[in-house]
Every structure is written in structure tokens, then in C-alpha cells.
Ligand binder design. Structure first.
Ligand code: 26Q
Length: 747
């Protein structure tokens, strides 16, 4: 909800930025094509960037009532939002293009510890930042169906307000109103159907952040926004006198994963089919235009559409995929390659989107050093073999405006008092804090700031989580991210249970154990059974432990309801320990790890994704790194036996057995048995313990206990925390976006 006061300030802000937003521009622009933009509260970010910090304080409680813009699932969508902020701040001409979902990511509730979902009706109270551009709407065709694509433009305001870029989100609407087709009942009914089918395209964000559930609607969404965006750019280009063959000199398009990759054959269709360009030249224009970022190596998440589905949904586009496939074969022949394995764009009756993107882009990148190496060595190896010069790494980043300036005013003040305020636009400045890591006074102050953030969080949690009272004297251990087996929230849960039983058995001395609150925040895809089972498991453990007076002065467990960007802004500043425990080789980068580091949490993590770069910056000695590395896992893979570990390790047995011995109840759903089996037996579609929880169990439990034991030496712990903050400069998305701009887009 927007209060009158807030709306008045938004109007003032829009008036203030209007000249900058409407300033003509005729240089090259970069375009970020993304199916997701996970922004959070737009208003707070804009007030911050416009220097309206008085509004942020004076209107703070009214701002709490403003809905998040949650048009994304997790990391990939949030990265897009950070990039927009950084580009506008650094003065790069970068616009975002995506879908204006009527419903964003579902809101999460709990019922008896199980996740429930309800719709996110974010437009209910209006969308004061967006302008509907009726004059720029376009018709989009899917075989027989034609719909309007109506653009809504939102200003993206850089820090200081000098550069204002645009986020353009497309909304689908029916072409014909009901009144025209209501001649008889038959027409009336079919007109309704047509209406609904048009609205459906941009109606809902798909809440899966991995598997392609093969739905036609998802492909339609992708084509809808890709085609509309591309055509609006092409129209702008030719209207201002540009020639089709010069398109790439005016626009660079970054594909945020494969979701917008259908823009590639669509551009070919526009150039060849509508502008009579020859195919080879169109290919070269497309290649100069597009660049591709991959965000995952998980097989399930790599998009492949059946040719039947693709060609029946997009009959005008499919021929260009076939032409690409034919050209690819010719190109391979020139290189003396006749084995198309790993290359075929149409493979086994499926259109392989990552291959199209790798073939037609001039740039392919991963999102952290290890991830980019894995891409070259595995998933995209054939493409790296023939086009090595295309491949690069662009380690992810986060915007320090939202993830420090806005969400942690106490720490921001602490920093600015010592090194000045330049860190807001130049995060490497934080290095100047290093000397303060040995200044006891500063470390005491840092602890005080953390404590205040914990009190603030505890107040918020009390009102949101049915009166649950977090103890601000405890160390706060956080694992916040989407729920996935590979992220191993299950391992975290098992290790907490292990600590609990060892405390009860006296194997861990209560007087040596420092009180710790374990906080989880995560949404599961609604159809992801195991992930939902893990949520239930954590909630069951929480209920038992929190009500056990034997230990509840030492342990607290909380799974927060409806974790989102705004909740993250409250949780992250209060964290002491950041859980980043994905199986080595599975998390492309992670960005929550960076947010937590920047806010002074030490990392308890594996050698995976950006964790590796985080500890390279801040020092292994200031973090708790454990477990198998990618090489170890590859070496262990063939002979790995979780059953043996289960049989030989009584601690492992004790905690896993709680799933099947009646300790906890899954409400008769059988999901706990399934979780147990996923570790011990596997299932037809995967091997037992495919994410190596038991392999890492002991090293993880040890590292966790070391971290917990380190906490009571408050000065030594704050020393580590401050060194994490001071060395977080590399993880600014300002750095990342400059690399994209200079090394890929040429803007
Ligand atoms: C694909 C097909 C059908 C339906 C849904 C999808 C789909 C949707 C979203 C596939 C993937 C996503 C999102 C992936 C994602 O968020 N990846 C994360 O990207 C971050 C930014 O680069 C990384 O930091 C994370 O490591 C990575 O998991």
C-alpha cells in the first residue's frame, strides 16, 4: 500500500528526474533481456539514490507497507536488478527488457510446517513508478493467435540522479474487445476464451527456478517479450534513419540465461523475412548484437523445447532455427568437424537453446571463475573447442546502495566516519578499513552495530512470526536462498540436529557452546516435493528444539515466512555466520554470499561458486571453509557409498533415522521417508545422495562448531568480520557492469 505522503514524494521524484529521463541519446545502448527482475521495493532504492534519506527515515513505517516488486525467483532476477542500479549509477546506457507479470513470485505461508502458496497481487495498490506507453504497443503473433504487447516503462535512477535508464516491461492484452464478437452465445464464449488466453501470457511468473516443465505458455512468454523488445528497438533504429545492417552498432543485447534466446531466430526473421537481408549477413548482424550469460550447469535447467512444441507455437520462427542448424553444419565442415555430437541445435527432436545462444553470440560468459571454467570443461565444451575467444568470466556482484547503504544505516555510518562516503560509488574504497581491524575501539563499535541490527530484526520477527522471539545475545547463523537439494539446506538441518543431540548427550560441553540462532529463509517451487519436505523437516526440528528447556538457552531455530528482498534487507545486516554450503561445482556463483560478507558475516562454506573468490579476497583465516572440492567429488564419485557412511557413523545414523523412526512426523505424507531414501537409496532418476551430504557431513559439523566456538571471543570475531567487510569491494556490481560494458558491449 502507498500512503498519501509516500505518493507525494514519488510524484516529486518523478518530476525531478524527468529531464534526465527524457534526454535524447544517439549513441550505442546496451539492452538486458531477462525473464526476471527481482527488484524489491522500488521506492526505497529510488529515494536512496536521489539522496532523499530524510524521507527514508521520516516515512519509514509507511514505506514498510509498500509491496515488493518480485518479478523474479532468486539470484538471476536479483542480479538483473543490481545490474540496472549499477549501470545507471556509473552512467552506462543500459535498459532492461522483460515481462510485466500480473502476479509475481508467490507469497509463502506455513500450514502445520508445510509451505503454502498464495498469489502475489502486487498491482493491487497501483504501480506509481511505471508509465504505460500506449503509443508504442505492438502486435505479437503466435501462429493463429495475435495479442497486444503493451510496454510499461519504469525509470532506473542512478545514484545522484544524473543518469536515468529505463526498465521496459511488456504486458499482454487481447486485441479485440468482447463487445465486437458478442453476436451470439457461441462467439461470446469463444471471445472470452480468446481474451483469457491473451491475458494469460503475462499473467504469472513461473515459480520454478530450474526445471523446464515443458509448458507452451512459458515458451510463449519468452517469445512475447523477446520479440516485442527486439521489434521496438528495431523500429526505433530504422525510424531514426538507421540501416538494418547497422543494428549492432546501436544496440548490444545481453541474454540473461537462455530464457530470451528465441530473440536470436526472431532477429533473423526480422532481418531476412521482413527486410530482405541475405541470411549470412543477418547472421553476422545477430552475432554482433547478442551476448550470452549462463547461470547454471544443472542439466535439468538447460532449456530444450520439443520441435513439435516449438514449431507449432512459433511457426514463423522455427524455419530460422532450421536455417541456423544448416549453417552450423557448413561451418563445422569448414573446420573439418563431421561429428555433430554436442553441437546440433536441433538434437533428438529438441531445440537446444544454450547451443543456439553459444553459436550465434559473440560472447559467452559464466558468473564466477570456477563456474566459467566448468562451462568450458563440460556443458559448453564443444563450443569452447571451436570458439575459445568467445568465452570469458564475469564474476557476479551486488549493488552496495541497496545491500549496505539502504539496509544497514548503522554500518554505513561507521564506515563513512572512518573512510568517507566514496564507497557508495566505489566499493574498493572499503580497503581503507583494513587498519581498523586491529583497533579494539572500532571492533567494539562494530559489535554494537551488529547488536542493534539484531534487536531491530528481532522486533520485526516478533510481529511477523507469531511472536517468535530471537535472542539478540545469540550468534546469528543464516541460510537464506531458494530451497534446492544442491544448496543443501537439508545438510544444515541435519547438522543442527546433530549439535542438539550431542549437547543432550553431553558430547558437546554446554559451558563451552555459545548460544546460536539458526535462521532459514527459502521458498520452494510449489511442485518440488523434496524441497517442500525439507521445509517441513526444519520446521519440525525447530518445534522440538525451541520447546526443549534443556537447550533453548543455547539453540534457537527459525524458518522465516515469505523470505523476499525486503526481508533479506532486515536479516542480512544482523548475521554473524553466512551458510554457503552447496556441493562443490553446483552453485554457479551465489550473490547472497556477497551480501552477507559486505554486512560483516563470516562465511561457513564450501569451495564453490563465488565463495572461492570471497575467501581469496578476505582470507581463509577469516572464514570457515570445509569439505570436498570439485576434484575431490569427481574422484570420489564412482566409489561413493553413502550407505557405508550411514552404517559406520553413529551420529549420521542418529540424525537420519529421525526421518523414519517416528521422532518427527511428516503428517502422513511419506515425504520424510522419501528424503531418507534420497540419501540412502536414491531413486530411478538419480543416485543415492547425489549432492554428497554425507561426504561433507563431518567436515561441515566440525567447521560449524569451530565457527560457533570462535564467537565468544567478541573482539577476535569482530576482527574477522571487519576484514570481510573491508575486502568486499570486488563484489560490487559496479565492477561487474563495467566489465560487461567495456569487454562485451562497447558502451
Ligand atoms: C527455466 C525453464 C523453465 C522454467 C524456469 C526456468 C528457470 C527460471 C529461473 C531457470 C533458472 C532460473 C534461475 C536461475 C538462477 O537464479 N540462477 C542463479 O543465478 C545467480 C546469478 O548469476 C547465481 O548467483 C546462482 O548461483 C544461480 O543459481
Amino acid at each position: 500500500m502507498y500512503s498519501k505522503n509516500v505518493l507525494r514524494e514519488i510524484d516529486a521524484a518523478l518530476a525531478e528526474i524527468s529531464p534526465a529521463w527524457n534526454r535524447p541519446f544517439d549513441g550505442k545502448r546496451a539492452c538486458y533481456f531477462s525473464a526476471e527482475f527481482l527488484i524489491g521495493r522500488v521506492v526505497t532504492g529510488n529515494f536512496y539514490n536521489l539522496g532523499k534519506t530524510d524521507c527514508l527515515t521520516n516515512l519509514s513505517s509507511e514505506l514498510e507497507d509498500v509491496e515488493d516488486v518480485a518479478l523474479g525467483n532468486g539470484g538471476l532476477g536479483r542480479l538483473a536488478a543490481c545490474f540496472l542500479d549499477s549501470a545507471a549509477t556509473k552512467g552506462y546506457p543500459l535498459d532492461g527488457f522483460g515481462l510485466r507479470y500480473h502476479y509475481g513470485l508467490f507469497k509463502q505461508g506455513f500450514n502445520d510446517g508445510f509451505q503454502t502458496e498464495s498469489p502475489d497481487d502486487w498491482l493491487k495498490y497501483g504501480d506509481p513508478w511505471s508509465i504505460r506507453r500506449e503509443d508504442e504497443k505492438l502486435q505479437i503473433r503466435f501462429g493463429g493467435q495475435t495479442v497486444w504487447a503493451v510496454p510499461y516503462d519504469m525509470p532506473i535512477i542512478g545514484y545522484g540522479g544524473k543518469t536515468v535508464n529505463t526498465l521496459r516491461l511488456w504486458q499482454s492484452e487481447p486485441i479485440i474487445g468482447l463487445e465486437f464478437s458478442a453476436f451470439d452465445r457461441q462467439d461470446y464464449a469463444s471471445a472470452f476464451k480468446e481474451q483469457n488466453e491473451a491475458f494469460a501470457i503475462s499473467a504469472t511468473l513461473y515459480p520454478n527456478d530450474d526445471t523446464d516443465d515443458g509448458k507452451r505458455l512459458r515458451l510463449k512468454q519468452q517469445y512475447f517479450f523477446s520479440s516485442a523488445s527486439l521489434r521496438s528497438l528495431f523500429y526505433r533504429h530504422t525510424q531514426s534513419g538507421g540501416k538494418p545492417e547497422d543494428f549492432a552498432e546501436k544496440f548490444a543485447i545481453q541474454l540473461n540465461d537462455t530464457h530470451p534466446t528465441v530473440a536470436i531466430p526472431e532477429l533473423l526473421r526480422i532481418l531476412v523475412g521482413e527486410n530482405e537481408m541475405d541470411f549470412e549477413q543477418a547472421f553476422s548482424v545477430a552475432q554482433k548484437t547478442f551476448a550470452f550469460t549462463n547461470h547454471t550447469i544443472m542439466e535439468e535447467a538447460l532449456e530444450k523445447w520439443s520441435t513439435e512444441l516449438f514449431s507449432s507455437t512459433l511457426p514463423d520462427v522455427y524455419p530460422y532455427v532450421v536455417m541456423l542448424q544448416n549453417k552450423l553444419r557448413r561451418d563445422l565442415h569448414t573446420k573439418g568437424i563431421y561429428d555433430y555430437n554436442g553441437y546440433n541445435l536441433i538434437d533428438n527432436g529438441r531445440v537446444n537453446m544454450a547451443r543456439i545462444a553459444s553459436y550465434v553470440s559473440h560472447s559467452v560468459n559464466g558468473v564466477a571463475a570456477i563456474h566459467s571454467e566448468i562451462l568450458k570443461a563440460t556443458v559448453l565444451k564443444p563450443w569452447y573447442t571451436i570458439y575459445p575467444e568467445r568465452f570469458s568470466n564475469k564474476t557476479n556482484g551486488i549493488t552496495q546502495r541497496r545491500w549496505l547503504g539502504l539496509c544497514n544505516p548503522g554500518l554505513s555510518k561507521f564506515i563513512t566516519e572512518r573512510i568517507g562516503g566514496d564507497w557508495i560509488t566505489d566499493l574498493d574504497e572499503l580497503k581503507k578499513l583494513i587498519p581498523y581491524a586491529d583497533d579494539v575501539n572500532s571492533l567494539r563499535q562494530l559489535n554494537e552495530i551488529k547488536r542493534e541490527n539484531k534487536v531491530r530484526l528481532a522486533d520485526y520477527v516478533r510481529t511477523r512470526e507469531d511472536g517468535f522471539t530471537l535472542n539478540p545475545e545469540f550468534a546469528f547463523n543464516l541460510q537464506v536462498k531458494r530451497l534446492h537439494e544442491y544448496k543443501r539446506q537439508f545438510l544444515n538441518a541435519l547438522s543442527i540436529l546433530d549439535i542438539y543431540y550431542r549437547l543432550k548427550r553431553g558430547e558437546i560441553n554446554k559451558s563451552e557452546f555459545s548460544p546460536t540462532a539458526f535462521v532459514f529463509g527459502a521458498k520452494s517451487a510449489p511442485s518440488y516435493r523434496r524441497a517442500k519436505g525439507i521445509i517441513k523437516f526444519v520446521n519440525e526440528i525447530a518445534r522440538t528444539v525451541n520447546s526443549d528447556t534443556d537447550v533453548n538457552n543455547l539453540l534457537q531455530i527459525l524458518f522465516v515466512r515469505d523470505y523476499n528482498v525486503s526481508y533479506a534487507e532486515k536479516l542480512i545486516p544482523a548475521a554473524d555466520i553466512s551458510e554457503q554450503i552447496s556441493t562443490a561445482g553446483t552453485e554457479a556463483s551465489g550473490t547472497g554470499n556477497m551480501k552477507l560478507m559486505l554486512n560483516g558475516a563470516v562465511t561457513l562454506g564450501t569451495y564453490d561458486g563465488a565463495n572461492i573468490e570471497i575467501v581469496a579476497e578476505s582470507g581463509e583465516e577469516n572464514n570457515f571453509i570445509f569439505g570436498a572440492r570439485v576434484e575431490d567429488i569427481n574422484a570420489a564419485a564412482s566409489s561413493y557409498s553413502p550407505v557405508k557412511i550411514y552404517e559406520n557413523n553413529s551420529r549420521v545414523r542418529k540424525v537420519l533415522d529421525t526421518l523414519i523412526d517416528g521422532t518427527f512426523s511428516d503428517g502422513g505424507t511419506g515425504i520424510f521417508r522419501e528424503l531418507f531414501d534420497s540419501i540412502i537409496k536414491g531413486a530411478s532418476w538419480h543416485k543415492p545422495d547425489q549432492y554428497y551430504l554425507l561426504l561433507d557431513f563431518e567436515p561441515y559439523a566440525d567447521a560449524k562448531l569451530r565457527a560457533i566456538k570462535a564467537y565468544p571471543d567478541r573482539i577476535a570475531f569482530a576482527h574477522m568480520q571487519l576484514l570481510n567487510i573491508a575486502n568486499a569491494g570486488k563484489f560490487s556490481s559496479d565492477r561487474t557492469i563495467s566489465q560487461y560494458a567495456e569487454e562485451i558491449w562497447g558502451v
